[in-house]
Unconditional design. Structure first.
Length: 63
């Protein structure tokens, strides 16, 4: 959707190889990000916030 900056995920046969293809996996991963993260238009700021999110999710049991 345009409002949420979602990417189109192409219809793919259920084959595992195609499921892992960049053209399918990348939009799916992008669409799973939080809206406020997808809305960032600066690459440096985006990377910083993404790194923080990943570390928080990965190490939440240790924080």
């Amino acid at each position: 959707s345009v409002d949420q900056d979602l990417l189109h995920i192409p219809f793919i046969n259920s084959s595992l190889i195609y499921e892992r293809a960049f053209s399918v996996a990348d939009p799916r991963m992008w669409n799973s990000l939080q809206l406020n993260l997808r809305a960032i238009d600066n690459a440096i700021v985006f990377k910083r916030h993404l790194k923080t999110l990943l570390f928080t999710e990965c190490y939440q049991d240790f924080l």
